[in-house]
Write a protein that binds this ligand. Structure first.
Ligand SMILES: [Zn+2]
Length: 330
């Protein structure tokens, strides 16, 4: 480059010259005769007209632009052998639960080859936690896969990012069309809030440990309209379905899978119980409805959490910390 010697430049121009010098020059720029060539198209471009050599010549700006334009031959080859194109990819639900209904993920890939090898990457907190091989999948038709959250071991709780990748038989990778993205996200949680609908936590006398005549309140009362669905906080086996006129009314005890816990639901609406003893239920499955049967002053769910067996060596714990946590995502 024909830059004037730095010691004859005023300060500002000297700075500009340093900037120019720091930009890596394209290999062919040396022969272009331009002085400001490397700065064209870079953030330092506005300084070019003040160059003491008379500014950027038309030839010098044209050179780098030409270099960025793909050669005609390259474009032609790309057109005749297109990459597989992702035209649809998304999860059908925004969240799913451990031991619950699996999440469905749908996708469609178009392309010249009849099939592509598809993989689904699962990330948590920006880290890849699983890469699921979905095998060879036909192009030009919709596919649906399900996720239980236990593929290769239980996924961590929280937001998951999904990324779909695919390669055709020649190893060409996937390109997303303007209609689709190769990523989507959905939440995965180990428990669900036991009421599917509007509710409130009520007053202090509904808390765990509140005084009752001759005993302490062993659960948390959740106030909700009569008929609001009561659902399983976690999959498991129904241990007890019973009625106690002077106390719990219609009630259910659920022994959870994969953790040493029992969940108890009381004052359920007459005729609303949908499960029988011995049934295996999924997380989020409807068990009954909120009611006011037994010793109750109004519609609410009395909810207990026991470590171990309910009245079989276990003991009740305060459900409120878990309820508040589950409430954040359910
Ligand atoms: Zn209660």
């Amino acid at each position: 480059m024909r830059l004037p010697p730095r010691n004859v430049l005023p300060g500002a121009l000297a700075a500009a010259a340093v900037l120019v010098a720091s930009v890596p020059a394209p290999a062919s720029a040396a022969g272009s005769g331009g002085t400001g060539a490397p700065v064209a198209g870079t953030p330092t471009a506005p300084t070019a007209p003040s160059s003491p050599t008379g500014g950027t010549t038309p030839g010098s700006t044209a050179t780098p632009r030409d270099e960025r334009t793909p050669r005609p031959g390259t474009r032609k080859r790309r057109r005749s052998t297109p990459r597989p194109v992702l035209v649809a990819f998304h999860a059908k639900a925004r969240r799913f639960y451990d031991l619950g209904r699996p999440a469905r993920v749908v996708f469609r890939i178009d392309g010249r080859t009849r099939a592509v090898r598809v993989k689904l990457q699962v990330r948590s907190a920006g880290r890849v936690i699983r890469t699921l091989d979905l095998g060879d999948r036909a192009t030009k038709r919709s596919h649906s896969v399900t996720l239980t959250g236990r593929e290769g071991g239980r996924f961590p709780e929280g937001n998951l990012q999904l990324r779909l990748t695919a390669r055709d038989s020649r190893g060409r990778g996937l390109r997303a069309s303007s209609r689709a993205s190769t990523t989507d996200s959905l939440g995965f949680y180990w428990h669900r809030f036991p009421i599917a609908g509007q509710f409130t936590y009520g007053m202090d006398d509904g808390r765990f440990g509140a005084e009752r005549p001759g005993r302490l309140h062993q659960g948390q009362d959740l106030l909700a309209a009569s008929g609001t669905p009561v659902v399983a906080p976690r999959g498991g086996v129904v241990k007890t379905v019973a009625f106690q006129a002077g106390g719990a009314g219609h009630y259910i005890v659920l022994r959870a899978d994969g953790e040493d816990r029992s969940y108890v639901f009381m004052h359920l609406l007459d005729g609303s119980v949908r499960v029988r003893e011995g049934d295996r239920v999924r997380t989020g499955q409807r068990l009954a409805d909120v009611g006011s049967t037994g010793s109750s002053s109004g519609p609410h769910l009395h909810f207990e959490v026991w470590v171990g067996e309910w009245f079989g060596g276990g003991h009740a714990i305060d459900p409120l910390p878990d309820l508040r946590r589950w409430d954040a995502w359910s």
